[in-house]
Design a protein around this ligand. Sequence first.
Ligand code: FBP
Length: 253
Amino acid sequence: MDIFLEKNRGVLLAYDQGLEHGPTDFNERSFDPAFIMRLAVEGKFNGIILQKGLAEKYYDGRVPLIVKVNGKTSLPKGEPIARQNCSVRHAAELGARAVGYTIYAGSAHESVMLKEFGRIQEEAHKLNMAAIAWIYPRGEAIKNDSAPEIIAYAARVGLEAGADAVKIKYPGTVDAFKWAVKCAGKTKVFMSGGPRAPTEADFLTHVRGAVDAGAAGLAVGRNDWQSADPLKMARALRALVIEDRSVEEAMRA
Ligand code: FBP
């Protein structure tokens, strides 16, 4: 199943952190979904990732939509689990071109999420929509969720589970990410943005590394809309990912 790429690459804007982390991630601009919708358009993102509540009230059709069909808050403790909270059909009615689903591989509840994703992927494909899996190894059993072998395992889980694209963390080096991309086979790999990096150059260096390793791009939230100039960061990300520029060139974009 095809995912809407540009030159085989993509920069996706993630905006489900209000559910996942709460408003603590937001500033005076980014709390407002209307601001993020404008950013998605003006920043020429290849897609925007929303929970159904935001899609119902704010999505205006100008950027491809990915509806996250599961999610959880950061409030419960214990083994992570996120169950489906939006049907694939409803995501399609909202205009989504793809659905997103998080699997906490390694959690005591992973089988629930693997089973649910299996059904969601089949439903999505019947409606000609892509299924993107966020594979986040988490829980008591996972000592280091960005260790190279854990990230490669996450990538492979995406392929085995039938994901058209997988979203995984950057494991720290280009070589480690290269192995993860190989393990993902025909499943496209997107790097997950993560918490704001110490500097913009640090973040862009990781993105460059991911693309050099064969990633199709990234899905980014906080490192864009928490930055002083989110549009400038969007330009830099496009320069790196779509135009294949260097970090230095991207910073001047
Ligand atoms: P960020 O770029 O802000 O990290 O967003 C990517 C993302 O996967 C979001 O879709 C999701 O809300 C968040 O990260 C989950 O973060 P966590 O690592 O806390 O589970």
